[in-house]
Design a binder for this molecule. Structure first.
Ligand SMILES: Nc1ncnc2c1ncn2[C@@H]1O[C@H](COP(=O)(O)OP(=O)(O)OP(=O)(O)O)[C@@H](O)[C@H]1O
Ligand SMILES: [Mg+2]
Length: 165
């Protein structure tokens, strides 16, 4: 279906890791505290690569790596603002996510969650979902969908930035 007919969805094809980071940067520049970005997609589909761009665009020069072993990475701006990066892959399920007290973290910064579909019941209904899919060695599909009016506004702003010439 055409994206015009589905304003809450933006479908994007990336031809390189660098291009995925650039789209992430465009999104990161828009993020504010309490913004929740849920990432889904198989191993190697580009979730952490996208997050590298988001963190850079948001304004952190901290190195972004997979938080597989620590569950939550925190990236900072020089002014102390925080961006949270979670990986739900190793969580036992939504109840373990509840133990992390995500709401308290979200109140103080934007949050990106890899493998968010593993803990869906623990997450707010309103969020930006980005589903990534491996197509070929360097090619990935990323489908952005807005859940809730705030994320619709965010997606509209992102669409303008991605397609601006
Ligand atoms: N177009 C592309 N977009 C994103 N990554 C790409 C692209 N083309 C090649 N790659 C490569 O694919 C790999 C993606 O790995 P990445 O760690 O981002 O995936 P992931 O979805 O976070 O996996 P995991 O589920 O293991 O955390 C990287 O090595 C990256 O360089
Ligand atoms: Mg990853």
């Amino acid at each position: 279906m055409s994206p015009i007919l589905r304003p809450n969805v933006l479908e994007f094809f990336s031809n390189s890791a660098a291009q995925t980071r650039r789209v992430g940067m465009r999104l990161g520049e828009l993020l504010r505290p309490s913004d929740l970005i849920c990432l889904t997609g198989d191993l190697g589909s580009g979730k952490t690569t996208l997050t590298q761009g988001i963190a850079a665009g948001w304004g952190s020069s901290d190195q972004v790596s997979s938080p597989t072993f620590v569950l939550v990475n925190v990236y900072r701006k020089p002014n102390g603002a925080r961006l949270y990066h979670l990986d739900a892959y190793r969580l036992g399920g939504p109840s373990e996510a509840d133990d992390l007290d995500l709401d308290t973290m979200l109140a103080t910064g934007p949050m990106i969650i890899e493998w968010a579909d593993r803990i869906t019941p623990a997450l707010p209904d309103e969020h930006l979902l980005i589903a990534s899919r491996w197509i070929a060695d360097e090619r990935r599909e990323m489908v952005f969908s807005a859940h809730g009016s705030h994320y619709q506004t965010l997606l509209d702003a992102l669409r303008q930035r991605v397609y601006a010439v």
